[in-house]
Design a protein around this ligand. Structure first.
Ligand code: SF4
Length: 185
């Protein structure tokens, strides 16, 4: 399905690695053991299917700001309309600005981004947001993903959960290759 789709876009496979689109990815989706619990969330659609079509650039904002592995969990808290990423056991520790600053420091030109669902840093519209007492009452972006959206408006982005459906996967790959072709014209 994907090779046919890419042929329709005028893309001839296999692509030389240097000529492939560049896609950012949450590092835990590639099998890096950087999660708070010391584990990873390897996703074969990312690590195998997409890795053969694009150049993947991994990012772990929580590791990048110096948090250890394993580490105490963090979560998004709504404080009078301001969403902050704070420690669960240590709510005085606020990581929001550091995590969004990671998105500001990305220097590469990207054609897409695949983010880990439900993460307080990487989640894309599906991260639980809690009230001050810790009760979940909705969903939002993680701090890193929120800043990515602001800084890279129009960049194709999705969570790994958004790649499960074959049509959604094809739509994301199409958007990535369109972005790549537009910037190479
Ligand atoms: S979800 Fe994001 S911050 Fe959390 S381990 Fe994965 S890459 Fe790191």
């Amino acid at each position: 399905m994907l090779p046919d789709l890419l042929r329709e876009l005028g893309v001839t496979l296999p692509l030389e690695p240097a000529h492939r689109p560049v896609v950012g990815v949450s590092a835990c989706l590639l099998g890096r053991r950087v999660r708070y619990d010391g584990d990873h969330k390897y996703d074969p659609r990312v690590g195998e299917t997409l890795a053969g079509l694009v150049r993947l650039r991994e990012f772990c904002p929580e590791a990048a700001i110096g948090l250890p592995v394993p580490r105490p969990p963090i979560r998004v808290v709504d404080l009078d309309g301001s969403q902050r990423v704070r420690g669960v056991a240590a709510p005085g520790h606020d990581f929001t600005d550091a995590l969004s600053g990671c998105a500001d420091r990305i220097e590469e030109t990207l054609d897409g981004f695949i983010l880990k669902a439900r993460s307080p840093s990487c989640g894309l519209g599906d991260t639980p947001v809690h009230d001050a007492a810790g009760v979940p009452h909705g969903v939002t972006d993680g701090a890193f993903a929120a800043r990515l959206r602001e800084r890279f408006a129009g960049l194709p982005m999705c969570s790994e959960t958004g790649l499960v459906d074959p049509q959604a996967l094809a739509a994301f790959v199409t958007a990535v290759f369109r972005h790549w072709r537009a910037r190479n014209q």
